[in-house]
Design a protein around this ligand. Structure first.
Ligand code: 5GP
Length: 131
């Protein structure tokens, strides 16, 4: 199996704005965020669909998503944190965690062809990191 872009990030072959890591999961900021703090919670094992994870890994990914959502709500001082499972672009299971204040923000459509704003991403990662 070819390594996904997320496996390359997990192997440290590609940089990321890391938020959290343990033996099973890596969480980092999405390079094309819908909102400030938009992060991806990714199991280290490369399985295409979240729904195909073994129960133990799935439950751990969900527990980390819960922990990071509550952490983002407090740290970024926002009332809401949404979650999405899409998986159309990257064939490696992940959950999008999206902090927001107004529902219109949650429906932002980022320009996927834009150059990532690494300055803004690292400032957000510094606030959110749980490493
Ligand atoms: P999905 O597969 O859920 O449809 O979308 C994949 C998400 O991964 C997109 O929101 C996209 O911006 C993000 N993404 C794709 N490549 C990279 C990357 O190299 N680094 C990071 N941090 N995010 C990425």
């Amino acid at each position: 199996m070819q390594d996904s872009i997320f496996t390359k990030i997990i192997k440290d072959e590609i940089p990321c704005h890391k938020i959290y890591e343990d033996d099973t999961v890596l969480a980092f900021l999405d390079i094309h965020p819908i909102t400030t703090g938009h992060m991806l919670v990714v199991p280290k094992k490369q399985i295409e669909f979240l729904w195909d994870l073994d129960d133990e890994t799935y439950q751990h990914v969900m527990a980390v998503a819960k922990k990071l959502s509550n952490h983002a709500r407090v740290t970024l001082n926002v009332p809401f944190v949404g979650a999405q499972v899409i998986g159309v672009d990257v064939p490696h299971a992940h959950i999008h965690i999206i902090p927001f204040t107004d529902v219109s923000e949650y429906h932002n459509v980022p320009d996927m062809s834009a150059e990532p704003n690494h300055g803004a991403l690292s400032a957000t990662a510094r606030k959110l990191t749980l490493i």
